[in-house]
Design a protein around this ligand. Structure first.
Ligand code: FCB
Length: 458
């Protein structure tokens, strides 16, 4: 199909995404206390370059300028996250100053006709709650619901679209099994407990939001990947793909949308004591109504049963496996560029859950940018976005209920364990001066968003 023929359905929502710890900075103002990421960053070796959440993109102080820029880019929605340690520092009493920041941000968005899409948890658990057991402890789910209640009561008159969690897979497995994300634990039993408690937290928070605010839509965001056996004829490779898909996707989708954990995954995780965390009534809460599902998509996983994994692995209970390299272009993260995987993820969700509205809540790429007198000519990133939007459009043509697309990210930001070395923004941030420069990709994306249709990259 010619690029100019690719028109999106009327009302398709165009936005960009960020997350609190990655952009805000101002980590010690207005009553905010440490999150697990503040503490994790202080440990030498945890984050490339010894970087931390300061000053990040200084979004806490520059949000008005950033919102004006979003409006200039034709964006109609902004997906951001709310920092739990601002709203309930240490997981304790409500902090009005923290809520006030998000009220100001939301009011500024609304004044520019940009829909606020807050996420309640993008990985910044108050450290005090981690000290009390973190997501491995059941009580954290109830503290999360308290935080959701306070936030929805304060902001529910201004926000319609709420997301509870961002990528619980990363929070549980990268944080508690591989130890490469905060809180840096390498305890598989804690990771599988965290899976259930994150989901329980989602269920309780969804209920709390609906109680506190009248007109709401509630969703959750998962990171989805097609998981492809290296040798489709090999039973061993197929089994690794089944286990990985179970741990990565079905362990979240099935309880949320079918009210049960997949039996094969429960069996795989029994050595780690998974099922003893699941109590009567939990699955009813977790499978409460869901108005939309957020999909974060970056790449595919190609998996083999041959050993190859070294170092701490998030893949609890999978056994020998590896991710053989294939000859595809890669981003600066080393991730294969596989737009067709996005179509396949969307088709799979649609086939299994045909009534559920879907949003791409993250998609984008890190590439090395050069800034000069002409700005940033990020052809690679622009081409990445174009190919993935084509893939998304293919899915829509095949009947998928895809309602919107948020690119990751609005701004260059703190890329977790990679620090500031990896740039995902469509807007360049000079971390010394905090000057913002929309890259070629931002200008291209603005034309797409305004026209609700693809335009040629060059
Ligand atoms: C996702 C995270 C997001 C960002 C992108 C690159 O897993 O949700 O914060 O780091 O990856």
């Amino acid at each position: 199909m010619k690029v100019t023929d690719i028109v999106f359905p009327q009302g398709f929502l165009w936005g960009a995404a960020t997350a609190a710890f990655q952009v805000e900075g101002a980590t010690d103002v207005d009553g905010r206390t440490d999150s697990i990421w503040d503490v994790f960053c202080r440990v030498p070796g945890n984050v490339v370059g010894g970087d931390c959440g300061e000053p990040a993109a200084d979004h806490y102080r520059r949000f008005e300028q950033d919102v004006r820029m979003m409006a200039e880019l034709g964006l109609r929605a902004y997906r951001f996250s709310i920092a739990w340690p601002r709203v309930r520092p240490d997981g304790g009493a409500v902090n009005q100053a923290g809520l006030d920041f998000y009220r100001r941000l939301i009011d500024t968005l609304l004044a520019h006709d940009i829909q606020p899409w807050p996420t309640l948890y993008h990985w910044d658990l108050p450290q005090k709650l981690e000290d009390a057991g973190g997501w491995a402890a059941r009580d954290t789910a109830f503290r999360f619901a308290d935080y959701a209640t306070a936030t929805a009561e304060a902001l529910g008159d201004r926000v319609t679209n709420w997301t509870t969690l961002n990528e619980p897979w990363c929070a549980a497995f990268l944080g508690y099994a591989a130890g490469v994300h905060a809180p840096g634990r390498t305890d598989p039993a804690a990771a599988v407990a965290a899976v259930h408690h994150l989901l329980l937290g989602h269920g309780l928070a969804a209920q709390a939001i609906r109680t506190a605010a009248a007109f709401t839509r509630v969703g959750i965001t998962l990171n989805m990947y097609p998981i492809i056996p290296a040798d489709p004829a090999s039973a061993a490779d197929q089994d690794v793909a089944r286990r990985l898909d179970g741990l990565q996707q079905r362990i979240f989708l099935d309880p949320l949308l079918r009210g049960e954990y997949p039996a094969d995954v429960v069996a795989d995780l029994e050595p780690f004591g998974f099922s003893r965390h699941v109590r009567a009534g939990d699955l009813e809460l977790i499978s409460g109504p869901l108005d939309m599902l957020g999909v974060n998509y970056y790449t595919e996983h190609h998996v083999s049963s041959r050993p190859g994994e070294t170092g701490p692995s998030p893949w609890v209970g999978v056994g020998d496996h590896s991710f053989p390299r294939r000859d595809f272009p890669r981003t600066d993260m080393g991730w294969e560029v596989r737009p067709e995987g996005l179509t396949s993820v969307l088709l799979r969700l649609h086939a299994q859950y045909p009534r559920l509205p879907l949003y791409i809540t993250e998609n984008g790429a890190a590439f090395r940018d050069e800034i000069d007198g002409d700005g940033v000519q990020d052809v690679d990133r622009t081409a990445y976005l174009e190919s993935h939007l084509r893939a998304a459009h293919d899915a829509i043509e095949m009947g998928v209920k895809l309602r919107g697309y948020f690119c990751w990210s609005l701004l260059d930001n703190f890329e977790w364990a990679e620090g500031y070395a990896k740039r995902f923004g469509i807007v360049h941030v000079d971390y010394d001066t905090q000057v913002r420069t929309p890259k070629m990709s931002a200008k291209w994306f603005a034309r797409v968003a305004r026209g609700n249709a693809l335009v040629a990259v060059r």
